[in-house]
Write a protein that binds this ligand. Structure first.
Ligand code: GDP
Ligand code: MG
Length: 173
């Protein structure tokens, strides 16, 4: 007779400016795919992946914005029940990096105080980087976040980003 495995859960959200690669990161994490032709405002509502972390099965549920971030119209219901946020900018887009400050204000206003957030600098595969790793790390430190650089295109750092965030949540709960 098989035992029913105890499963832990983590509810994560993507957040950050439009076109920084949030949907592609989630697609890479959940399907190990990259789609260059993703229409700009498309989001994938929700993806679930179960991973074994420190010997436990963890059901990681990730919600994605579907274009409303373009108008900074993220409603507080998006944050409901969330335990972790992948706050993302593109290392090739200075404005998306500058906007991290106002995204953290949104997070403070709308989410549970106990929420874990990591800062993700995406698109490191591109030549035209304008935000250095040092700058990313400095802003992350300022807000008490871990900083991870990724490429949804090559997959570099992607699993590490989702895993780091999930582990932070598991430690708290
Ligand atoms: P979102 O609006 O934040 O969800 O951004 P998307 O995931 O829709 O990606 C926006 C654009 O950036 C698309 O054209 C993607 O193909 C491209 N993109 C996303 N991530 C990467 C990456 O890591 N490297 C490169 N070169 N392009 C990326
Ligand atoms: Mg998207």
């Amino acid at each position: 007779m098989s035992r029913i495995a105890y499963e832990r859960k983590a509810k994560l959200l993507t957040l950050g400016d439009s076109t920084v690669g949030k949907t592609c990161l989630l697609l890479r994490f959940s399907e190990d795919e990259f789609d260059f032709n993703l229409p700009p405002t498309v989001g994938i509502d929700l993806r679930i992946r179960t991973l074994r972390i420190n010997g436990e099965r963890v059901r990681i549920q990730v919600w994605d914005t579907a274009g409303q971030e373009r108008f900074r119209k993220i409603t507080s219901s998006y944050y409901r029940g969330a335990q972790g946020i992948l706050l993302t900018f593109s290392v090739t887009d200075r404005k998306s990096f500058d906007n991290i400050h106002s995204w953290t204000e949104d997070i403070n206003k709308c989410s549970d105080n106990n929420i874990s957030t990591i800062l993700v600098g995406n698109k490191i595969d591109l030549e035209d980087r304008v935000v250095s790793k040092k700058e990313g790390q400095e802003v992350a430190t300022q807000y008490g976040m871990t900083y991870i650089e990724t490429s949804a295109k090559t997959g570099e750092g992607v699993e590490q980003a989702f895993l780091t965030l999930t582990k932070l949540i598991l430690e708290k709960n």
